[in-house]
Structures are given as structure tokens and as C-alpha cells.
Design a protein around this ligand. Structure first.
Ligand code: SF4
Ligand code: SF4
Length: 343
């Protein structure tokens, strides 16, 4: 891996380099939060230092909220003839890159999801370092530092960025940037000291004291605990926690026929295991009709079942469920219940 230096004064020129490789997407301020949007001009391009998380995570660029996955008619079916543009996604933090690593495992391990793979192959990931706010807890999920999953990663060392090149695609971009004079090998001698200082400051900046130690086993031991019913009574079944979670993958498909019924499309859209009809089966049987059962499913998936299959929890500590749930049910409050009343 090669490491280079990037001067902050060259930020606008960086946009010119990235835009040679495809559409540039990055977090932009939206109300009091941030949202991934397409950037069309260098004047709108910036390192978003104040951004800790976007409202919707990176998955919205890999699996759109609703799209046609098949067209069909009386003769058969085919994939829509849609050009998927290359997307350079700039400003993804360590937790977001970790989430994409999880999505990669999920969508390509047992069964290759062609819709995901098609978009993922066209995505270039440009990571940027960040500092946590009061809700972040990626230090507790071991996702505060990523070793893989990015094409290029920028670490902010105040006067300049260190540029880590993770893949050959990243190297191609950097090479164009080098020709335009915006990346160089002039790394100051005290770089190791400054990098260690950055890492120390970041690790000391975490404020969220969520305690996940032992929660995997406590999920098992707390299967019949009373607090699930209490949380189920509070839950609004709005599904927001699953929509904002960067590792949630549930979806549904419906077939929309044209009026003459000879043709139509198969539509795929985000679904939520928090919705009542998610577990509705033929015969009107619903095996998770109670909200408490649906909550238990979600937290079992995040904290236990995913580890059994993929070796890591499917929580990357982004804090979105904490800032989003209107009734304060989230990884932190559930972990507290597991610790106090679980066993
Ligand atoms: S469970 Fe919550 S904190 Fe963990 S990844 Fe999902 S939204 Fe983020
Ligand atoms: S846990 Fe919170 S965000 Fe999730 S469905 Fe229930 S009320 Fe909505």
C-alpha cells in the first residue's frame, strides 16, 4: 500500500479528478443533518468535517429504495436495460465502509445478488477520517478503523491529509491526481508521531458509554425476559430503525402488471422486519404478530445470529438507531436492559 500527501488547498481540484471517473456523491448538509447527494460542481465539493452520519446510509446508493428488478411479458422476462453509472462516493467514514464490507459478505456469500453486485462493481469508495459525536460507538464494535473496503482513504492530520491507497482503482485515481500535481510524496518526517496523535485523540473522543460486552450470550439468556414486552408496548412499528441502519437488508418484491396483463415489472423495495405484515404468511398466519417478537428478532439478528454466520455483529456503531427512534429503543437502551434484567 502506498501513502501520499494531499494539501487541503487542492480540494476543488480533487473534485475535477474524481469526476473523470464517474458521478461524484458525497454528504451534503440537509437541515440539521447530512444526506448523500450527487455533487455536480467543484464549488459544491468539500470535506464535510462536521458530518458524523448521514440520515440514510451508503446502502441507498447500492440498493435503491425502490427499483425494477425484472421486466416481463408473455414471452418471458429480462433485466431492465438500465445503464448503471459509476459512482465515486466520497466522505464515507470507517463505520460506513465497515457496513459496506458487511453488505458485500451478505449479498455475495451464499447467493450472489445480481442487483447489488451490479451497483457495487460500479462504486468507488473514498473514505475520510472523522471524530465521534455523543452517539457514535464504533470503538465498541471494532469498526472505528478499517483495514479494507476502501479504494482511497483520507486521514486528516490538520495541515494536510494522508492518502491511503487501498485498491488498483484507487491507484488509477491517484495517478491522475499526481499528474495534476495534487498528490505528492513529500510526507513530513514527523508523520508517524502526528498519525499516532490523531489516533489517540480519536479514541479519547468517544463519549457513548454503551456496554456491549457479553450481549451476544445475554441475548440467548434473555429470550423470555419481561422487558421485551415492555419495549414492544412502546415501539411504534414505524420501521425507521431498519431504514436508517446501514446493515439492514430486508426487502420485498411485488409484480406490477400493465392494464392488459400481458406485461409488467417486478419491483423491489426496502422492507422492514418491524412492520406487522413482514411475517405474514399464507393462511393469514403471522408468526411475529407481536411487536416484542419483532424487536427480539432484530436485536437477535444484530447481536447474535449474524455473528454465527459471518463472524462479526451486524452493528457498526453508527448511532443512527439512537438518533432516529422516536421512543428511545436502540442498541444502547436494549444493551442496558440485557445487562440489568437479562440473565
Ligand atoms: S444497529 Fe444502530 S448503531 Fe448499529 S449499525 Fe444499525 S443503526 Fe447503526
Ligand atoms: S424500535 Fe423505534 S424506530 Fe424501530 S420500529 Fe420501534 S419505534 Fe420505530
Amino acid at each position: 500500500m502506498r501513502v501520499l500527501k494531499f494539501e487541503k488547498k487542492n480540494t476543488n481540484k480533487l473534485f475535477d479528478v474524481l469526476s473523470k471517473f464517474g458521478e461524484v456523491w458525497a454528504p451534503v448538509p440537509k437541515g440539521e443533518s447530512y444526506s448523500y447527494q450527487r455533487i455536480e460542481s467543484s464549488k459544491d465539493f468539500a470535506f464535510t468535517d462536521g458530518c458524523t452520519r448521514t440520515v440514510l446510509p451508503e446502502k441507498k446508493l447500492l440498493i435503491p429504495q425502490k427499483f425494477s428488478t425484472l421486466n416481463f411479458n408473455s414471452k418471458g422476462y429480462e433485466k431492465p436495460d438500465e445503464e448503471i453509472p459509476a459512482k465515486i462516493v466520497f466522505g464515507i467514514h470507517n463505520c460506513g465502509i465497515s457496513a459496506i464490507n458487511i453488505l458485500d459478505e451478505f449479498y455475495t456469500t451464499d447467493y450472489i445478488d445480481a442487483d447489488y453486485k451490479q451497483r457495487r462493481n460500479k462504486m468507488i469508495i473514498i473514505g475520510t477520517s472523522c471524530m465521534p459525536d455523543e452517539h457514535c460507538f464504533c470503538d465498541k464494535t471494532n469498526t472505528n478503523i478499517v483495514e479494507k473496503g476502501y479504494d482511497i482513504f483520507f486521514t486528516d492530520l490538520n495541515d494536510y491529509y494522508l492518502v491511503w491507497i487501498g485498491t488498483s482503482k484507487g491507484y488509477d485515481i491517484v495517478r491522475v491526481g499526481q499528474n495534476m500535481g495534487i498528490f505528492n510524496e513529500d510526507i513530513p518526517k514527523d508523520v508517524s508521531e502526528r498519525f499516532s496523535k490523531f489516533r489517540k485523540e480519536k479514541s479519547e473522543a468517544f463519549m457513548n458509554d454503551v456496554d456491549l460486552e457479553g450481549v451476544t450470550d445475554l441475548m440467548e439468556l434473555s429470550h423470555d425476559a419481561d422487558f421485551w414486552k415492555e419495549l414492544g408496548d412502546k415501539c411504534l412499528a414505524c420501521g425507521q430503525c431498519t431504514m436508517v441502519c446501514p446493515t439492514c437488508t430486508c426487502y420485498n418484491i411485488i409484480e406490477e402488471n400493465t392494464l392488459n396483463k400481458d406485461a409488467g415489472t417486478r419491483e423491489r423495495y426496502w422492507d422492514s422486519c418491524m412492520f406487522k405484515d413482514f411475517s405474514l404468511t399464507a393462511g393469514d398466519h403471522n408468526f411475529r404478530a407481536a411487536k416484542s417478537e419483532r424487536l427480539k428478532l432484530w436485536y437477535t439478528h444484530k447481536l447474535k445470529a449474524f455473528i454465527g454466520h459471518f463472524g462479526v455483529p451486524s452493528c457498526v456503531g453508527c448511532g443512527r438507531c439512537i438518533v432516529t427512534c422516536p421512543v428511545d429503543i436502540n442498541i444502547k437502551t436494549v444493551a442496558e436492559r440485557l445487562k440489568k434484567k437479562g440473565a
